[in-house]
Design a protein around this ligand. Structure first.
Ligand SMILES: [Zn+2]
Length: 246
């Protein structure tokens, strides 16, 4: 996976430009996953298959059948399907049950579908995560990705033959420098969000530039003062979705 040492400035609205979804990580992770599955080097464990099945259900969800619906309603249906895909993917990425290899793939899917973070339904609370995503997401480009991803997630979701021993190839660790704040979100109740900026446990610095190191089982933040922490409480998506598509 990507490793780089340039500092990336935090840019609220970094992805606010219109244009195709960010798929560099997805292209790479999907190609690797296809190759590993075809070679028998990845025999998904039950947790990976279950997550893949949930994502597959979103990838293959039919649009609602509506008679005489307005163009606006039909457009909302299309975007809502992609938004549900994003939310399901994020749920399984951050739940921590899947293997690092599957997490890398889910993270790449989440980045590609991030334009639907707030469309058609914006986050319901002021403290919910925001990514400065476009108000008009690239719907056709997103739908084109569905068709590409269905066979891959169908392979991951299909149960292994009885007696098969799961085999999960390791995920490649990556390291990126990031200048900016990371926000840890909580949902103490339905519709209620809290957000807190992460600071260095030693010096209290909150804007880095952080050296982010991740192998999709652990994510650590290195502060310029020299202290490295993995006790930040951040979910994978709370870091990954802020980073550039390397
Ligand atoms: Zn520090």
């Amino acid at each position: 996976m990507a490793s780089g040492h340039e500092a990336h400035e935090a840019a609220p609205g970094q992805q606010s430009r219109t244009g195709p979804p960010l798929t560099r990580a997805l292209d790479r992770e999907a190609a690797q996953a296809r190759r590993l599955l075809a070679a028998g080097e990845w025999r998904p464990a039950p947790a990976d298959s279950e997550a893949a099945a949930a994502v597959l259900a979103r990838l293959t969800a039919p649009l609602p059948a509506r008679r005489g619906a307005s163009a606006g309603t039909l457009a909302r249906d299309r975007d809502r399907r992609l938004q549900r895909l994003l939310r399901t993917t994020l749920h399984h990425l951050d739940a921590g049950a899947v293997s690092p290899r599957a997490a890398a793939l889910l993270a790449a899917v989440a980045r590609a579908f991030l334009p639907w973070h707030a469309t058609p339904n914006p986050p319901g609370a002021a403290a919910a995560p925001r990514y400065g995503v476009p108000s008009v997401p690239p719907t056709e480009a997103g739908e084109a990705l569905l068709r590409e991803l269905v066979p891959l997630f169908a392979s991951l979701a299909s149960a292994s033959p009885p007696g098969t021993v799961p085999l999960t190839p390791p995920a490649e660790p990556w390291q990126v420098r990031y200048a900016g704040r990371f926000r840890r979100h909580g949902r103490p109740a339905a519709g209620v969000w809290t957000a807190e900026t992460v600071g260095c446990p030693a010096c209290g610095a909150r804007t880095g530039p952080w050296t982010v190191t991740c192998d999709w089982s652990r994510l650590s933040l290195g502060c310029p003062c020299g202290v490295v922490t993995d006790g930040h409480g951040l979910a994978f998506s709370e870091v990954w979705l802020l980073l550039p598509d390397l």
